[in-house]
Design a protein around this ligand. Structure first.
Ligand SMILES: Nc1ncnc2c1ncn2[C@@H]1O[C@H](COP(=O)(O)OP(=O)(O)OP(=O)(O)O)[C@@H](O)[C@H]1O
Ligand SMILES: O=P(O)(O)O[C@H]1[C@H](O)[C@H](O)[C@H](OP(=O)(O)O)[C@@H](OP(=O)(O)O)[C@@H]1O
Ligand SMILES: [Mg+2]
Length: 332
């Protein structure tokens, strides 16, 4: 296998979080050149690239309102269009879809059918497109099977504002939602989150703190506002995650069920770098998918560098062997 030239297009924050400099040194030892792409300069002067690894989510979200971000995105897209042999990890349309919780939650809700042999589900949810009166929302909740307590999340799924959420306990709390958003039934799961990190054909499960249990059904309690990054990072420890009293520690998800879920999502998403958040209902013991992330942090996965390099090398091999469009466009 000959080497290759891999461009990384990441925000400064993401580049530091993944320690791209260390990854570049790791790759050089394997004959793969890693280059940090500067989106403000023409990519044609920085190329050529066999593969581009990117997380353009911030630029795509900002391009909705900001002309400079629109220009950066246009520069990137025109380079990619002019260089179809360059493999994107991951394809822009697949990544853009996961920026919208309306889209990613539809994919999650379809898993119940495609993975019915594994009793994997996702909580009932409601798309709230615009301001609506609480009675009409509650009517729609009944129709969709969404029950209190519920968790309200912004429609935009990535970027700093996307992690601001709220727990709503009754109809009165519906005054606190700010559409566009999703309302998802809260599932008691014993304050343990199972993060599945996917890198190509490999995946890794990491346990994390998570929201504690709350009484089922509506109750007269004020809305709780929180940021998800205060709840499910390795170091998260708040009164929202502390379990009241001891609960039996739950067995981790079945590795076969997780493998089936990852296999299905890799096909549905057409992506190589993503994360899936799973909880296990304390009532039904069902494996419940609550979130899908593009290019997550892979914190707690010591095999990340070797797995990412291995996937990049497999993509380079496919290109060398003249892999068809499926190899060049999906990064699978
Ligand atoms: N339906 C649910 N039932 C119970 N707990 C939930 C539910 N949805 C989310 N949570 C809790 O809220 C946390 C954050 O939810 P979610 O993962 O959707 O937010 P996020 O901002 O997309 O997170 P990240 O991007 O960091 O993965 C979860 O880790 C879990 O603790
Ligand atoms: O684009 P954003 O900032 O939303 O990406 C987040 C992502 O949504 C997840 O919150 C990642 O956390 P993990 O799922 O725990 O990996 C974040 O990774 P981190 O290393 O920055 O915490 C992404 O930034
Ligand atoms: Mg999450």
């Amino acid at each position: 296998m000959s080497g290759g030239r891999v461009g990384f297009c990441l925000s400064d924050k993401k580049r530091k979080r993944m320690n791209l400099d260390a990854f570049a040194v790791f790759c050089e030892g394997h004959g793969v050149d890693v280059v940090q792409i500067d989106l403000t300069r023409p990519l044609v002067h920085q190329g050529p690239f066999d593969v581009i690894v990117h997380k353009l989510s911030d630029v795509i979200v900002e391009a909705e309102q900001d002309s400079q971000s629109q220009q950066l995105l246009a520069n990137f897209q025109s380079y990619v269009s002019a260089h179809p042999a360059t493999v994107l990890l991951d394809p822009l349309p697949a990544m853009t879809r996961l920026l919208d919780r309306f889209a990613s939650y539809r994919i999650m809700s379809e898993l119940r059918e495609s993975l019915r042999d594994w009793s994997i589900c996702s909580p009932p949810y409601l798309e709230i497109h615009r301001a609506s009166e609480p009675p009409s929302i509650q009517q729609a909740m009944m129709t969709q099977g969404v029950s209190f307590p519920l968790i309200c999340k912004t429609r935009v799924a990535h970027g700093s504002l996307s992690h601001e959420m709220s727990l709503i306990f009754s109809g009165g709390g519906l005054e606190d939602i700010r559409p566009p958003c999703v309302l998802q039934s809260f599932v008691n799961h014993g304050a343990v989150l199972h993060k599945v990190f996917v890198v190509g054909d490999r995946h890794f499960c990491v346990e994390r703190p998570s929201l504690k249990n709350f009484p089922s059904g509506a109750c007269d309690r004020k809305t709780i506002f929180f940021n998800s990054h205060e709840v499910s990072k390795p170091e998260s420890n708040s009164d929202l995650t502390a379990l009241d009293g001891q609960t039996a520690s739950r067995a981790p998800p079945s590795s076969e069920a997780v493998a089936a879920l990852v296999g299905e999502l890799r096909v549905q998403l057409g992506m190589a770098l993503f994360g899936v958040d799973l909880i296990i209902s304390i009532h039904t013991h069902t494996l419940t998918v609550i979130d899908i992330n593009i290019f997550p942090g892979y914190e707690g996965v010591p095999q990340f560098f070797s797995s990412l390099l291995s996937h990049i090398e497999s993509v380079l091999d496919q290109r060398q062997a003249g892999g068809g469009p499926s190899a060049a466009t999906t990064g699978l």
